[in-house]
Design a protein around this ligand. Structure first.
Ligand code: PLP
Length: 386
């Protein structure tokens, strides 16, 4: 049979790399081009399966100009972080979910499958090699950004399922997240621009979802907004919220009946990404804040609901002062409070009760950080041996 992806076959080409680690938020890091010393690559062929993965110095790939990733967008990627804990250990956060999501992406774009366990082992291996130097113990509370990528490097211009693919993992130095004082200002997308639709591929992490979104993103930035709030016009002509930029969107509001509710759009129609941060917040909120929880946190119980969120409902709630807070959630944005949604002529002001955040955004951030940085023992944390 075909050889499976196998992390135990990893071969090493170490380098004595004396490059100094740039300071966080130095121009080099802000460029977004800085990666750590090594990368892992692994070639797949339709006839033989996965070859032995290779750990080698970070550097350019060699691709034929006809590679079908470049022509037919046969590629997908993942994004997760490596965290340096306050106890000095390195951790990943729910990496199996990223592995499974890449499997879903690969399936949708005709790229090969793999065992998620092996995928996670390879990610962890690269982190173990470069983590100690690039995220030293003195940088507890900091992170690096891991970008696993799967592309077709089949050099045939025929429009067909690729017979060759390349999986690679690089680690990038992302600037430290700035705690935005003012909150995110979102511009609701116009009717002439749709990010995803049922039957499409907006639910997976294909590059094909990102390139075409930049036109609207630039337009938003020109008008003074940070991100686009992507709307989807449903079968009844109702405009629903799907996600915000490259993150999911969540709302805390009071229903007309007066119940406190954490709401976010449901996954069923596959029109936005199944975010791991979104899932984690829903899981934690169900466990710790909902009617089913023991209410150990004190305060009012909150209903957790995956439900369609129409702009009409949000406008009404805003006019009736029922919005408690809103936030964008994802690996890059973490939990970012939203202060304004511009919807056509309407500027919807969202409360930021604590000045730069809301109570729930702060709570979710603190819970997630505790797990990511080892302040709380939790099985979502995956320890990297280094
Ligand atoms: N939506 C989009 C389009 C994204 O690119 C991302 C990735 O960060 C998210 C949502 C959030 O997903 P996650 O929480 O897994 O990072």
């Amino acid at each position: 049979g075909l050889a499976p992806l196998d992390a135990s076959r990893l071969t090493f080409t170490h380098t004595a790399n004396s490059r100094a680690v740039p300071l966080s938020n130095s121009p080099e890091v802000l460029s977004g081009e800085t990666c750590t010393d090594h990368m892992i690559t692994c070639q797949w062929t339709a006839s033989g399966g996965w070859l032995a993965p290779e750990l080698k110095p970070y550097g350019p790939l060699s691709l034929m100009p006809t590679s079908s990733s470049l022509h037919y967008a046969i590629q997908c990627f993942e994004g997760l972080k490596l965290y340096r804990g306050f106890d000095g250990r390195l951790r990943l956060f729910r990496p199996f979910r990223n592995a499974v999501r890449m499997l879903d992406s690969a399936k949708r774009i005709s790229l090969p499958s793999f065992r998620p366990e092996e995928w996670v082992k390879l990610v962890a291996k690269l982190c173990a090699v470069d983590g100690p130097k690039w995220l030293p113990k003195e940088r507890s509370g900091h992170f690096l950004y891991i970008r696993p990528t799967l592309i077709s490097n089949d050099p045939s211009l025929s429009v067909k399922r690729p017979a060759k693919a390349l999986f690679y993992i690089v680690i990038s130095c992302l600037p430290a997240v700035d705690e935005r004082e003012k909150g995110l200002r979102l511009l609701a997308s116009q009717a002439d621009m749709v990010r995803a639709w049922p039957g499409g591929f907006g639910y997976v992490k294909l590059g094909a979802n990102y390139g075409p979104s930049m036109l609207a993103g630039d337009e938003a930035k020109k008008k003074g907004f940070e991100q686009i709030l992507w709307l989807f016009r449903n079968e009844n002509g109702i405009r629903e919220v799907t996600e915000a930029g490259a993150s999911n969107f969540m709302l805390v509001w009071r229903t007309r009946e007066g119940r406190l509710q954490l709401a976010t759009a449901p996954l069923d129609r596959q029109i936005f990404l199944d975010g791991i941060t979104r899932r984690s917040i829903l899981d934690l909120a169900r466990e710790r804040l909902s009617g089913d929880s023991d209410g150990g946190e004190g305060g009012e119980k909150i209903e957790i609901k995956e439900r369609r969120l129409s702009m009409d409902d949000i406008v009404a709630a805003c006019e009736e002062d029922r919005i408690v807070e809103a936030f964008a959630v994802g690996t890059s944005y973490f939990v970012s409070p939203v202060s304004l949604i511009q919807y056509g002529e309407k500027a919807l002001e969202i409360p930021m009760v604590e000045g730069s955040t809301g109570v729930y955004a702060r709570l979710f951030k603190a819970w997630l950080k505790a797990i990511m940085y080892g302040l709380e023992k939790h099985d979502w944390a995956y320890l990297v041996d280094s």
